[in-house]
Ligand binder design. Structure first.
Ligand code: KG4
Ligand code: ZN
Length: 362
């Protein structure tokens, strides 16, 4: 244990199929971040099995937290704050991380905060900055969400657009399933697409009305289904790479078009793109290209922070705590938690001043 530490924050994330723990110092610097993925458990089923996810989290949470502490050369008593994902996510999976973190905070007599999973993804954009960007557009593209926000101040977010059906990650996963690429589908499509021609097939792009910032991907998935049905030779290696590249291009086109539309409508000059799909190589390249042409600052987290991780939860929790948020002991997970409205999180009390962290933020 390092006796010279001022204190550390432990973040815990178990909302879906990653068990993750991370340790940050009180300035938000990352000391460790461990992610244990359950892909091998769920792969044979072609998707996440909630009951299995919860069971795996129970087995893994303790060793993962210990590893995060070890890599941070820290011990239990160095912790000053614990941040846990409270939702949205799988009910049983959320319960494991939340109960573990709450019990640990109680035993250590330190405060704990609950973090909305999307709030965590947003925080991943600003990990290398002292504070959340006060004014920016943030596109959250994950397995469950495609939400476009405008930050309206230190802790406020306004929802500008969202998916009307499938999330972008879901479109990748369902497309991958149709192409027989296994689970999770996004990385597999990304990989196969690299050797394909993105203009080979013109899949439909649902762009809605000229001003619309909402998304829709279910038509694209259906178009792929019909394309495969009508082209029985699609399994030839070159053909499937072209299909993957063209399918990916349709998703990326829609995401980039809508994000740039929001930039034009809002006048914002900073665009952050976060969540699992922000790991997509084509999306990253297209965004950087567009940013350079239009003079927009594009912020995309490093790959390790795009998909689910606990660094983002620890950081979001630390920022929230500094703003006075603290969870009470009867706080529970909320599987269908919504993100807007975080200014007044449910079930949270006035902070207990005697337990507040020393303020290191200006
Ligand atoms: O943020 P995340 O790890 O979990 C959720 O909050 O849902 O996102 C997972 C999603 C999955 O749909 C996965 O297929 C997708 O992100 N994903 C990708 C890539 N890596 C992960 N999609 C496209 N390309 C990738 N490289
Ligand atoms: Zn996520």
């Amino acid at each position: 244990m390092n006796a010279n530490l001022d204190g550390l924050v432990l973040g815990i994330e178990t909302s879906c199929d990653e068990t993750a723990a991370a340790v940050l110092d009180l300035e938000g610097r990352v000391r460790s971040g461990i992610v244990s993925s359950q892909h091998a458990t769920h792969g044979p089923y072609g998707g996440v099995v909630p009951e299995l996810a919860a069971r795996r989290h129970i087995e893994t949470i303790e060793p993962i937290v210990r590893r995060a502490l070890d890599e941070a050369t820290a011990g239990w008593t160095d912790l000053r704050l614990i941040a846990c994902t409270s939702g949205p996510g799988l009910a049983g999976a959320l319960l494991v991380g939340l109960s573990y973190g709450k019990a640990l905070a109680y035993a250590l007599r330190i405060p704990w905060v609950t973090v909305n999973h999307l709030e965590g993804h947003v925080a991943s954009a600003w990990i290398d900055r002292p504070a959340v960007e006060p004014s920016a557009l943030v596109l959250v593209v994950s397995g469950g969400h495609t939400h476009l926000y405008r930050t309206t101040g230190d802790s406020g977010y306004r929802l500008l657009g969202r998916t009307l059906d499938d999330a972008a990650g879901e479109a990748f996963d369902k497309g991958a399933k149709l192409l027989g690429l296994g689970f999770p589908g996004g990385p597999a499509v990304d990989k196969l697409a690299q050797s394909g021609n993105p203009t080979a097939i013109q899949f439909p792009r649902s762009l809605g009305k000229r001003t619309s910032l909402d998304f829709s991907f279910s038509g694209l998935k259906t178009a792929l289904l019909y394309y495969l049905r009508d082209h029985p030779d699609w399994e030839q290696p070159n053909r499937s790479a072209d299909i993957a590249a063209s399918y990916q291009e349709a998703i990326v086109d829609v995401l980039v078009t809508k994000a740039l539309r929001a930039v034009a409508q809002s006048g914002e000059r900073v665009l952050a793109v976060v969540g699992g799909v922000s790991a997509n190589s084509r999306l990253r390249a297209r965004l950087m290209e567009a940013g350079a042409i239009d003079g927009i600052e594009i912020v995309i987290p490093p790959l390790s922070l795009c998909t689910d991780n606990a660094v983002m939860i620890a950081r979001a929790g630390l920022d929230a705590y500094r703003r006075g948020r603290i969870a009470c002991w009867d706080m529970e997970s909320v599987a269908n938690a919504s993100f807007p409205g975080l200014d007044h999180p449910l079930g949270q009390t006035e902070p207990d001043r005697s337990r507040r962290l020393p303020s290191t933020h200006a």
